[in-house]
Design a protein around this ligand. Structure first.
Ligand code: HEM
Length: 425
C-alpha cells in the first residue's frame, strides 16, 4: 500500500514534498527517501542526473582527509627526538588556521554587501549574521588555548629549538583578518624596525598588499554611516518648511541634561563650597568632555591626533543609531554596530589569551619570530583596536529621559510601515 506522501508525489501536486528552499528540482519529482534527513552524505532524493554521476563521492575524498591527516610533520619525529606534545602544537595551529579561513570568508561576504553605493535593507540581516558567526568562531578558538595549555613549558621546551624562526607572526591569514577589519600599518606595534609584512613570504606579501589596498570593514562602515539619510531632513509640514537636525537636537539635549544636574546640585543641602565643587567637577567636567564631539573643530583636531577615527558625520550617524535603536529602521543597523564591536572585542580576547599562554610557555624569552615575545603581544592587545570609536561612544550617552522625541514626520520616516519610509542610500 502506498503511503500518503508517495501518493501525493505520484500525483505530482504536492508542494510539501519539495525541499523548503526550492532550487532546481528534477522532473518528475522523485519520491523522497525518508532516511535522507539523517547523515548529509547520504544520497539526496532530489539529485539531478549529473549529481548521480558523482555517486561514488566518498567522505574521505570530499573532505580531502588523506591530505589533511598527513599534513602534520613534527620536527621532533623528523629529527628523531622524542617530543610527544609537538603533534598537539601543530594540530592546534592548523585548527586555528582553518577557522581563520572561515572568518576571512565571512568578512569578505560582509565587505561584498557593503561594496556598492547602496546597502539594501534586506542585506543588513545577512551582514549581521556573518558577523555573528565570526563572533562564535572567535569564542571557540579562544577556548582552544585551554587544550594547548595541557602542554607544560617544560614539554614545549623539548621541541621549541626545532621550530627555527617559524612563528605565528608569519600567519598570512591572521594578517588578512586584521587588514580586512581595517587595522592600519601606522597603528601597529613596532617590530624590529621592519614592517610586519617583511615576515611574510614574497607571494604572501603581494596578497597582503592587495588586501590593504581594498575595502576594509572600517571604511565600509564609515562610508555607510556617512550616507545615513536621517541626520538632516528638510520637510514640509502644513506647508511650512521645517528642518530636523539630529545633531542640533542632541546638543540641546546635552544642555538640558546638564542644566538638570546643575539644578539638582544647587537644590541639595550641601554647603555652597561643596556645591560649587560638584558643579565644577560634574557639570563643567562633563561639558568639557562633550565638547570633544559637539565642537566640530575640536573633533577634527582630535581626529588628526588619532584620538578618534570616524569622520564627524559618521560619528554622528552612529550616535543617532545608538540613541534611537528602537526605531524600526535603526534596529538592524544597531545590531550591526553591536556585532562589529563584539568582533573587535573577541579579537582583543584572542590577543590577551594568546599573550597569557605565551607568558606561561616562555616567560620573558624572545619569540621565535624575533619579537620581545609576551611584551610585544600584550602591547598588540591594547593597541591593535580598529573600532575603538564605537566603544568610546558610551562616554557621550545621555539619560533616556533626555533623549529628544523625534518629530512626528521623522518618526514616521524611520518606521518600516510608513509610506514615506526612508531607505539608506
Ligand atoms: C606554545 C604556544 C605558542 C607560543 C609560545 C607562541 C608564541 C608567540 C610569540 C612569542 C609571538 C610573537 C612573535 C614572535 O616573536 O614569534 C607569537 C605571535 C603570534 N602567534 Fe603565537 N604562540 C603560540 C601558539 C599560537 C597558536 C596556537 C596560534 C594560532 C594560530 C598562534 C598564532 C600567533 C599569531 C597570529 C601571532 C602574531 C600576533 C601579532 O603579531 O599580533 N600562536 N606567538
Amino acid at each position: 500500500m502506498q503511503s500518503e506522501l508517495e501518493q501525493k508525489a505520484e500525483n505530482g501536486k504536492d508542494e510539501t514534498s519539495k525541499p523548503p528552499l526550492g532550487g532546481d528540482l528534477p522532473d518528475p519529482i522523485k519520491i523522497p527517501d525518508q532516511s535522507w534527513s539523517g547523515c548529509p552524505f547520504r544520497r539526496s532524493p532530489y539529485r539531478s542526473q549529473t549529481e548521480d554521476e558523482i555517486e561514488g563521492l566518498n567522505y574521505n575524498d570530499y573532505l580531502g582527509l588523506d591530505k589533511l591527516l598527513t599534513s602534520q610533520h613534527p620536527q621532533s619525529e623528523i629529527c628523531g627526538k622524542e617530543a610527544p606534545d609537538e603533534l598537539l602544537f601543530i594540530i592546534t595551529h592548523q585548527v586555528f588556521e582553518l577557522w581563520f579561513k572561515m572568518v576571512i570568508r565571512d568578512l569578505d561576504n560582509v565587505l561584498h554587501i557593503f561594496a556598492g553605493d547602496v546597502v539594501p535593507n534586506v542585506e543588513m540581516m545577512a551582514a549581521v549574521r556573518k558577523l555573528q558567526r565570526i563572533i562564535k568562531i572567535m569564542a571557540v578558538v579562544v577556548q582552544q588555548f585551554d587544550i594547548l595549555e595541557t602542554m607544560t613549558a617544560l614539554d614545549f621546551l623539548e621541541f621549541r629549538p626545532l621550530l627555527g624562526t617559524s612563528s605565528g607572526f608569519q600567519s598570512l591569514q591572521f594578517r588578512l583578518i586584521e587588514i580586512k577589519l581595517g587595522l592600519q600599518d601606522d597603528d601597529r606595534v613596532g617590530y624590529g624596525n621592519k614592517p610586519y609584512s617583511a615576515a611574510l613570504k614574497k607571494d604572501q606579501q603581494v596578497i597582503s598588499k592587495k588586501a590593504s589596498e581594498s575595502l576594509n570593514l572600517f571604511m565600509a562602515l564609515e562610508g555607510w554611516l556617512e550616507r545615513c539619510p536621517f541626520l538632516h531632513i528638510e520637510y514640509n509640514e502644513d506647508k511650512e518648511e521645517q528642518v530636523y537636525d539630529f545633531w542640533e537636537s542632541y546638543e540641546k539635549a546635552v544642555e538640558f541634561w546638564m542644566e538638570e544636574e546643575r539644578t539638582k546640585i544647587s537644590a541639595s543641602t550641601a554647603s555652597e563650597q561643596l556645591k560649587e565643587k560638584r558643579i565644577k567637577e560634574h557639570v563643567d567636567g562633563t561639558l568639557t568632555i562633550f565638547k570633544n564631539i559637539l565642537d566640530h573643530e575640536t573633533y577634527e583636531k582630535n581626529r588628526k591626533m588619532g584620538r578618534v577615527k570616524f569622520t564627524h558625520k559618521a560619528f554622528k550617524a552612529a550616535m543617532m543609531i545608538l540613541l534611537y535603536r528602537n526605531q524600526p529602521i535603526f534596529q538592524m543597523p544597531f545590531q550591526f554596530l553591536e556585532s562589529v564591536m563584539e568582533v573587535d572585542a573577541r579579537l582583543v580576547s584572542w590577543r590577551h589569551r594568546h599573550a597569557l599562554m605565551v607568558q606561561r610557555m616562555i616567560g620573558v624569552k624572545m619569540g621565535t619570530g624575533g619579537s620581545s615575545g609576551f611584551h610585544y603581544l600584550a602591547c598588540t592587545a591594547t593597541r591593535h583596536r580598529v573600532f575603538r570609536d564605537l566603544f568610546g561612544m558610551s562616554s557621550y550617552m545621555i539619560p533616556k529621559h533626555c533623549i529628544p522625541t523625534l518629530p512626528n514626520v521623522i518618526h514616521q520616516r524611520t518606521d518600516f510601515r510608513s509610506e514615506d519610509s526612508e531607505f539608506w542610500m
